[in-house]
Design a protein around this ligand. Structure first.
Ligand SMILES: [Zn+2]
Length: 122
């Protein structure tokens, strides 16, 4: 007898009624992509990841809209209303995360506003 027919390590596969076997007939473990630790690529000069949060900074995160609202800036369309002088021409640059009131010349980084209200700017 052929040694191939006596090999009992090969599991028996029952054919479905249609007689065709697809990949769904096998219980193959799906390959799950492993998420790489972003801090390991910190030395790379072409991969930009968000910096790791400071372990001492326990302030909850907030975005620009939440920080401005908590600081008293009311939104009026594209501009914001200054809580200091009431002038409705506070310009907010979301790219640079800065604000500026064109009437009372008050302006700063929004991260500084977030620190005053106990938040951390995202
Ligand atoms: Zn103002």
């Amino acid at each position: 007898m052929s040694p191939f027919l006596q090999n009992r390590n090969v599991p028996l596969i029952r054919l479905p009624k249609g007689g065709r076997i697809g990949l769904s007939d096998f219980n193959l473990p799906l390959e799950t992509p492993q998420l790489k630790d972003s801090r390991k690529v910190a030395g790379s000069n072409f991969i930009v990841t968000a910096p790791a949060p400071s372990p001492w900074d326990r302030r909850p995160q907030a975005d620009i809209d939440i920080v401005l609202e908590l600081s008293g800036y009311k939104r009026d369309g594209r501009k914001y209303v200054c809580p200091t002088c009431g002038h409705g021409a506070v310009t907010v640059d979301r790219q640079k995360s800065v604000y500026h009131c064109h009437f009372c010349q008050r302006g700063n980084h929004i991260g500084a506003l977030a620190r005053k209200v106990g938040k951390r700017l995202i």
